[in-house]
Design a binder for this molecule. Structure first.
Ligand code: AGP
Length: 613
């Protein structure tokens, strides 16, 4: 989950590379580096964020029309200047940047050491560039062929770009498992990046490399692509749909806050052209060929990680309640190693914002190997998961830059709601009046979120009170239980406060022992059907001097009496609660993290898409 950038053309490469690294910094930010080719190879790399590298190279020779760059999320070897990328071959005539993991690097390294190679870093990447150099020398082949041969003996995931002193007007790129996009420039030049965000300001024409494809980029020549079996591939050039504007903060202090406020529109966008307010019909073109299969499904299996897993849990309530289809929700990382029992009758739904999460990708491959059909719910167009699945629905939430997922979560829940309602209507498992009630309310959700965002000021005051808390509990029942899990995850990942989400009734089976005057407990209390149950759970906490922050429906007058802090959100259909109730939890985690001086958009130890297992 590193970020890679490359450029070859007539422009000065350095500004393109350094800006590209800033765009990709959300993918990893523990060290960064650049290599420029100007007759000779010059490399600069530093531990720390891209800004540290930029300071380090100021005043140095950064000329060159060809270059590669990298921002790192360490897997092999701790974050330091030596393990930072780019890595050079022993002759220092070849340089490489890499995103992914070479699983058999140790075996390859031992063979190379026996052949006299020496290694400076602990990385798998340095092994690959020396393997390429060794094959080039030993087999007396050109660099392209050496790369192709080397990649045949590599096990693992890679997106790589290689620059060389011998071929100063060429870059070679390849991928397997990790994402890599080629930007076809307007001036006979080429851009390379882990995703399109560093490229969009230069060109909207891109080629998403497929697994085991090698791209050869030569100055003033057309793009060549072949696979590692030496078969020539015709480049499939696509037009980018994202705007540069969407990549800027637009006056917000952080991308996360901007993305929280964008949910009014991102949910509209995820419903656009799918929920028709004229006749309230739902149309999901991306899975139309699989609707009958979903209708007759004996069960559904949802696989995902992190926040997407929590969206999957909300999906379980939606499909079971509305479409009456049993659902199993699986952590992809567990699913892939648990020898799951699957047949060709099974339908799996894989949820991923980035579309690049390695565990989810692997779960998809296992499901496909067992003959199951896999539908994807993704946010990034052109991502690996969107191409690996049989069909799917894009969430259209726009680029999500903040590492903590916010608008992607509510867009995923919106798409799951549309899918469950569509299948429920086709199956007749929902009466027409109830269907009408929910679709009308769903169409109103963006306005309800606009209302919920007005609690921001109050949440700043509440955050002030709890910014120094050491622990938090989040409680929810029914469809609000996954929302409690999501609220806890948000606080954990950006404020580093330990937090747990729990089904409220589960408290008395253990966690209630944690309750005292120092344990703030957030209780999502908008449920209508089990309101009294939630009420008694709150009493149980109050009885142990716990401090209650209650999320209630506006106009609530009971729970508000018992809670210490009350955040009112607009009333909605209980089945749609997660879309509204998540907002104050996102804001609470955001403000507490800001007050603790945390780097909200780049929380420690995390990265936006986890492309290694
Ligand atoms: C959520 O805020 C985190 N960034 C993380 O848990 C994330 O949801 C998880 O890594 C899954 O990512 P995906 O949706 O891109 O697959």
């Amino acid at each position: 989950m590193c970020g890679i950038v490359g450029y070859i053309g007539e422009k000065q490469a350095y500004p393109i590379l350094i800006n590209g690294l800033y765009r990709l910094e959300y993918r990893g930010y523990d060290s960064a580096g650049i290599t420029l080719v100007n007759e000779t190879i010059k490399s600069y790399k530093q531990k720390g964020k891209v800004s540290v590298l930029e300071d380090f190279v100021s005043g140095k020779d950064i000329k060159g029309h060809v270059g590669i760059a990298h921002t790192r999320w360490a897997t092999h070897g701790e974050p330091n200047n030596v393990n930072a990328h780019p890595h050079l071959s022993n002759s220092e005539k070849l340089a490489i940047v890499h995103n992914g993991i070479i699983e058999n690097y140790d075996t390859l390294k031992k063979e190379l050491i026996n052949r006299g190679y020496t290694f400076h870093s602990e990385t798998d990447t340095e092994v690959l560039i020396n393997l390429i150099e060794d094959i080039k020398t030993k087999e007396k082949v050109d660099l392209i062929e050496a790369v192709r041969i080397a990649l045949q003996s590599v096990i693992g995931a890679y997106a790589i770009v290689i620059a060389s002193e011998e071929y100063p007007d060429m870059l070679i790129a390849a991928r397997k498992g990790s994402p890599l996009v080629v930007g076809v420039g307007k001036e006979n030049d080429f851009y390379l990046a882990s995703d399109a965000t560093p490229i969009i300001q230069y060109t909207d024409e891109v080629v998403y490399l497929e697994d085991e494809e090698i791209a050869i980029l030569k100055k003033g020549e057309i793009l060549q692509i072949k696979n590692i079996k030496n078969k020539t591939i015709n480049p499939y050039v696509q037009k980018l749909s994202i705007s540069l504007d969407a990549l800027e903060k637009q006056g917000y202090e952080h991308f996360m806050l901007k993305e929280i406020y964008e949910q009014v529109n991102s949910i509209k966008d995820s419903m656009r052209g799918r929920l028709n307010p004229e006749n309230w019909n739902i149309m999901l073109g991306g899975i139309v060929d699989y609707e009958l299969r979903l209708m007759n499904a004996k069960r559904l299996i949802i696989v995902a990680c992190g926040t997407s897993f929590h969206a999957g849990l909300v999906g379980e309530y939606l499909f079971e309640e509305l479409a009456r289809i049993p659902v199993e929700v699986e952590y992809a990382s567990e699913f892939r190693y648990r020898k799951p029992i699957l047949t060709e009758d099974d339908t799996v739904i894989a949820i991923s914002q980035s579309g690049e999460t390695a565990d989810t990708l692997a779960a998809i491959q296992i499901a496909k190997e067992k003959g199951a059909k896999v539908l994807g719910i993704c946010n990034v167009v052109g991502s690996s998961i969107s191409r690996e699945t049989h069909a799917g629905v894009f969430t259209h939430a726009g680029p999500e830059i903040g590492v903590a997922s916010t608008k992607a979560f509510t867009a995923q829940v919106t798409v799951l709601t549309l899918m469950a309602l569509r299948i429920a209507k086709m199956k007749g498992s929902i009466i027409a009046s109830h269907y009408q009630q929910i679709v009308h309310e769903l169409y109103e959700i963006p306005n309800k979120i606009e209302e919920a965002l007005k609690t921001d000021k109050l949440i700043v005051e509440i955050s002030e009170k709890f910014k120094n808390a050491h622990n938090f509990l989040y409680l929810g029942r029914g469809i609000n239980f996954p929302v409690a899990l999501e609220g806890a995850l948000k606080l954990k990942e950006i404020s580093y406060i330990h937090a747990e989400g729990y089904p409220a009734a589960e408290m008395k089976h253990g966690p209630i022992a944690l309750i005292d005057e120092n344990m703030p407990t957030v209780v999502i209390s908008t449920n209508k059907t089990i309101y009294d149950k939630v009420m008694s759970n709150i009493q149980e906490v109050k009885a142990r001097k716990g401090v209650i922050i209650a999320i209630v429906s506006s106009g609530d007058n009971q729970i508000s009496e018992s809670a210490d802090y009350v955040i009112e959100v607009p009333h909605t259909q209980e089945i749609l609660d997660p879309l509204v109730n998540t907002i104050p939890l996102q804001l609470l985690s955001y403000h507490i993290a800001v007050m603790r001086g945390c780097d909200v958009d780049r929380p420690r130890n995390l990265a936006k898409s986890v492309t290694v297992e």
